[in-house]
Ligand binder design. Sequence first.
Ligand SMILES: [Fe+2]
Ligand SMILES: [Fe+2]
Length: 379
Amino acid sequence: MDKLEREKYREDIAGRANVEDTPELVAYYDALEKKDMGALWTVANKIEPWHPQPTSVPVIWRWADVRPAILRAPDLVTPEKAGRRVIMLVNPGRRDVSAAVGHLYTGIQIMKAGEAASAHRHQASALRFIMEGRGAYTVVDGERMTLDAGDFVLTPNGTWHEHGVDASGSTCIWQDGLDIPLMNALDAGFYEVHPDLRQAETETTDISQRLYGAGFVQPAWLRRDWNKPYSPMMKFPWVETYAALRRAAEVSDGSPYDGIIMEYVNPVTGGPVMPTTGATMQLLKPGMHTRAHRHTGSFVYQVAKGQGFSIIDGVRYDWQERDIFVVPSWAVHEHANASSTEDACLFTFNDLPVMRALGLYRETAVTDNGGHQNISSKA
Ligand SMILES: [Fe+2]
Ligand SMILES: [Fe+2]
């Protein structure tokens, strides 16, 4: 750390580090550095900020840009060579760890009819949100799941999984979400390719959804013994998710910050679908403009339906169906449905289970200006 940087982090506040360089101190710092030591007071205010200081910035990736980019990939690389044909969405502040925001990775994957990727497993928790196409499937621990646009599917940490598209289907595009950066930050990442490159389909297609998917009635003989740290139900269909949102919207306005927001849950525990990763779908009624708040936790949003805008740290981000945007931890945010007749739906995945498990969740509401931010610019 040089003089300029040391100066930058000095704070003239009682209880905070505020040490001016002297020739003796500079010599002392140099001597410490040579022995792999350092004076805490030179970095204390930097490494213990008053509030979260994410290097992630709010970003929106518009489908109008992303779709043509991912459609080019099949002409340039084969799935065999690339492993997975994925365009990553990379936060300018998190390029070093390939994160979209915080410790969350996201990418857009394409697969043509008849293609299949090899089976593998990893420590990272993973999910997919289907964006377009027919005939997509995922196999998780022997269970094949058939997938349509808007369906959300888990490939939890440690499970063998592979993806493909039936020969009778069409080119499919989906969003992948993983906590790879978190696993790497914790030095806990592992990856294995299946020894046979394919796994046997030992279960009935869509069995977990058929067993657990009713929600309020559960297979008692199974849930008693389920002890894995993730949901036994892997597929969460759009049709049923949207129907549940609509039913709730008839009788409630939901959260002032999120409208009708429903969390995808592990049906056995009622908790998040995976130990590190949570997911929600929210419905904003026609014309709804939520109040602004801020909280810890990093969020990746995909516009599942409709159009509107979000204001993040004073900047307005207009969005349409299939656009993806991120809200970094502690960023002030509010959402609005721009239509006066149609509802809008936002899918998110997030690291809230980590925040909650470690007691790190904090939330505050914006109270002035009617609970809304002033818009300083438009992205
Ligand atoms: Fe995977
Ligand atoms: Fe929020």
